[in-house]
Design a protein around this ligand. Structure first.
Ligand SMILES: [Zn+2]
Length: 126
């Protein structure tokens, strides 16, 4: 299921409050239009009403393709959990979490950083 939350965040340019709709989870089977947006990096950005600049809010995101039976959990490289646990421990933790929720026969992957994410989906997603 696609999950989106609305948050009041800070503009990185002028410090004003920005209301941003951020995706935590994208189901590209149910919401195929989000796939293009995701890969054009048009998700999880919000314009500041005061200064008009765009802010990118990098948060972990679960990519789910029901047709390909693929789930990839994306973490931004600079995410606090990457720093706290280290990449290998984080991968292990997230993998276990995904195993608990994925159906039979799913391919699961954890991608840390955008390049890794693109590769993980490209290998499978066509
Ligand atoms: Zn601003």
């Amino acid at each position: 299921m696609t999950q989106v939350g609305v948050y009041k965040l800070k503009c990185g340019w002028c410090g004003s409050e920005v209301e941003a709709a951020l995706y935590h989870s994208v189901n590209v089977t149910l919401d195929p239009e989000l796939k293009g947006k995701l890969f054009k990096q048009e998700l999880n950005i919000a314009a500041c009403e005061r200064c008009g600049k765009l802010n990118r809010y990098e948060i972990p995101l679960l990519y789910h393709d029901m047709g390909e039976r693929l789930m990839v959990y994306y973490f931004p490289e600079e995410h606090e959990e990457v720093e706290e646990l280290g990449k290998e421990k984080l991968r292990e933790k997230v993998m276990n979490m995904m195993k608990a929720m994925a159906g039979e026969g799913y391919t699961l992957d954890v991608a840390i950083g955008w390049e890794e994410f693109k590769k993980a989906v490209a290998m499978r997603g066509h």
